[in-house]
Design a protein around this ligand. Structure first.
Ligand code: SF4
Ligand code: SF4
Length: 435
């Protein structure tokens, strides 16, 4: 291994309670990971905790370091664990280092004490919520089967009261996917949050035959009924994008859109799924076991234990580097020849379980949705990329879109039935917008 092979910075999601959680969300993939550690109490011991913080801070060669907490449900460790963590971070901090803690939670156990602590220590909190009450409660239930909406909204208000920086993490599943604007407007207008991330639920059914890509309806057989369908996910993104690009650019931040915009700008984005390669975001189990990624916590992607092998050796290992390169190397020809490859890059390998129309394995389940979304967003994304390149705010796109919409309306009003449609579809007006 040469120094060039050792990353300067990387990201580790630590799971101090392993897969233990106080909820039973229908689609949670992590609950099943319990089987990896039979008989475990799922609590990170002090020795692992200190090794994680010390090795993470020592290994970074950048001033900025993220300490990421996730689950399961990390609040089950109790607040004292995280108070101690902040002390450990002070103890092992390199001079000049800027440490940021991120914390993903379902919000159920949050109270004033937790939120005060988050605020005082600049934690960035990711709160899981799937939209308005009925849509949220459909899958996000507690162990007694009761919906959790009221408790999560209470947590959101407490976080706001203590001025905690907060992101909404919203899964897109078969239930809420049909209501994109209700979901988006709820976060923006009713909860008043400005940072939102949408995470598609794609759960593979047990031993399904993988149907051909183009048979939209048949894809239901490939995945569980909770999963979002590819075209549905594309429509979900498109409807929200249209609202966002008209009125919210620069005010509301949708990670999915920012991540995709990086592709139009030709720069490395912060969203691993759209990068050509990955492998710099690993998952740390409660006992110190390190895995290639949060979505690959399984024996085949076990890298080693940080109490036995230094974290940086595992991060820079050939096994992990190959994992990252495979994102690009394993793409089917259909993706390599795709017009939006530079934006999509085949998305996340965990979703690549379908076959291409010519029968090659490795196509992403969400392909049809992403293709539709990237095609739809192309013009506005190009405009934003150009604005940013010329040091102008991307939010100027809103005025451009409004002007074009106004122009289009005028041209619709004066178009004859047999004229080409002013929208540029190539169809006659009477068959397109004049219909
Ligand atoms: S496997 Fe998917 S989620 Fe994991 S690092 Fe790669 S792109 Fe990201
Ligand atoms: S849109 Fe589909 S074909 Fe194109 S790169 Fe993405 S997954 Fe591959």
């Amino acid at each position: 291994m040469t120094t060039c092979d050792i990353p300067k910075a990387f990201h580790i999601m630590a799971k101090p309670t392993g897969s233990a959680c106080n909820l039973r969300c229908g689609y949670c993939f992590f609950l099943k990971k319990e089987k990896l550690y039979p008989g475990s109490d799922f609590r990170m011991p002090a020795q692992v905790h200190e090794a994680y913080i010390r090795q993470l801070l020592e290994s970074h060669r950048t001033p900025r370091v993220t300490v990421a907490w996730q689950g399961g449900e990390p609040t089950l460790m109790g607040l004292d664990f995280f108070r101690h963590s902040v002390e450990l971070q002070k103890k092992h901090r390199k001079p000049g280092a800027h440490i940021e803690n991120t914390f993903q939670t379902n919000g159920i156990l949050l109270n004033d004490e937790w939120c005060r602590f988050f605020g005082e220590n600049n934690f960035l909190v990711g709160l899981s919520i799937d939209g308005p009450g009925e849509l949220h409660d459909f899958h996000r239930k507690d162990k007694a089967g009761r919906g959790t909406f009221d408790r999560v909204v209470r947590a959101a208000r407490l976080l706001q009261k203590h001025k905690v920086e907060c992101n909404i993490l919203c899964t897109v599943n078969s239930k809420n996917a049909a209501h994109p604007l209700d979901v988006y407007r709820f976060f923006r207008d009713e909860l008043g949050f400005s940072y939102i991330q949408f995470i598609p639920i794609v759960e593979r059914a047990e031993n399904p035959p993988c149907p051909p890509l183009e048979k939209g309806g048949a894809l239901v057989e490939t995945v569980t009924h909770r999963s979002v369908q590819p075209e549905q996910f594309g429509r979900f993104l498109i409807e929200i994008f249209d609202e966002w690009v008209r009125r919210d650019v620069g005010r509301t931040f949708v990670l999915n859109f920012d991540g995709a915009l990086a592709g139009w700008l030709g720069v490395a984005g912060t969203v691993c799924i759209f990068g050509p390669t990955c492998g710099l975001g690993m998952a740390l189990e409660h006992n110190g076991d390190l895995y290639s990624c949060d979505h690959f916590v399984e024996p085949d992607h076990y890298l080693g234990n940080i109490l036995e092998t230094p974290m940086i050796d595992l991060v820079a290992s050939e096994q992990q580097r190959k994992f990252g390169r495979d994102k690009k190397d394993a793409l089917p020809r259909y993706c390599r020849e795709c017009p939006v490859l530079s934006i999509c890059n085949g998305e996340c390998p965990k979703n690549r379980f379908c076959k291409t129309p010519d029968g090659e394995p490795g196509l992403n389940y969400l392909c049809a949705g992403y293709k539709a979304f990237f095609k739809h967003a192309d013009k506005s994304m190009r405009i934003m990329a150009e604005l940013i390149r010329t040091n102008r705010p991307a939010s100027e796109v809103m005025a451009i879109v409004a002007r074009e919409k106004g122009d289009l309306k005028t041209r619709f009003a004066s178009a004859g039935r047999n004229d080409p449609c002013p929208c540029g579809s190539g169809m006659k007006f009477k068959k397109c917008h004049g219909n």
